[in-house]
Design a binder for this molecule. Structure first.
Ligand code: FMN
Length: 192
């Protein structure tokens, strides 16, 4: 398969099909912090298309601030049960409000309340504040629909390279690297 987006979709579907994981679409997104260090964390991959890889978060979280300063981003996947590693490098950009609204509506109400109750990556004074803040947010919205907070939305990582590794116990891994050049995706194999 010579289109890496189609290949990703196919591997993702294959991985989802018989995954024992609770969080089946967790992927590691790495950003670059204010001191130039990489910062990785797992997020939930929402969708993939020719535009790139979408995940949702707070714009004013640590990762959001990193991306605002430096959009260069990596995304890394390891699906153990099928033996697939995928490494994406690209630039993250904020998705449209319409797209963010769609992903917001797709969240459970309890996830919406929790998202609204907190300022991700800020200091939490004590564990009991988790409950206090949650109760305050629940009371604030009672039975009303919860609007998407202005500081929550999504990012799309537009890839410049995608590497697919098929893991082999022998360590004779197959590595297929796709790089985006002026005339489209160019594929090369890499030594294991
Ligand atoms: C399986 C899993 C999925 C997660 N999904 C998300 C997500 O989709 N969005 C998000 O903002 N944080 C998600 N988190 C929490 C992040 O790992 C991280 O703690 C949070 O985004 C704060 O990161 P930051 O301080 O670097 O911005 C997830 C964590 C785990 C373990």
């Amino acid at each position: 398969m010579d289109n890496p987006i189609s290949k990703f979709e196919s591997w993702w579907q294959e991985a989802l099909a018989d995954s024992q994981l609770q969080q089946k679409s967790a992927v590691c997104v790495s950003t670059i912090d204010e001191n130039g260090f990489p910062a990785g964390r797992f997020v939930d991959l929402k969708s993939v298309s020719d535009s790139g890889f979408i995940f949702c978060s707070y714009f004013d979280s640590a990762k959001g601030k990193h991306i605002a300063r430096e959009p260069k981003t990596a995304m890394t996947v390891w699906w153990d049960h099928v033996g697939y590693q995928i490494r994406v490098v690209g630039s993250a950009q904020v998705i449209t409000d319409v797209e963010a609204d769609y992903f917001w509506q797709d969240r459970s109400r309890s996830a919406q309340v929790i998202t609204t109750a907190f300022e991700q990556s800020e200091i939490l004074n004590s564990e009991s504040d988790l409950v206090i803040r949650l109760e305050a947010a629940s009371a604030q919205f009672a039975d009303r629909p919860i609007p998407r907070p202005n500081n929550w939305g999504g990012y799309c990582i537009k890839p410049i390279s995608i590497e697919f590794l098929t893991f082999r116990e022998s360590r004779l891994h197959l590595r297929e690297l796709f790089e985006f050049k002026s005339n489209g995706w160019v594929k090369q194999l890499l030594q294991p």
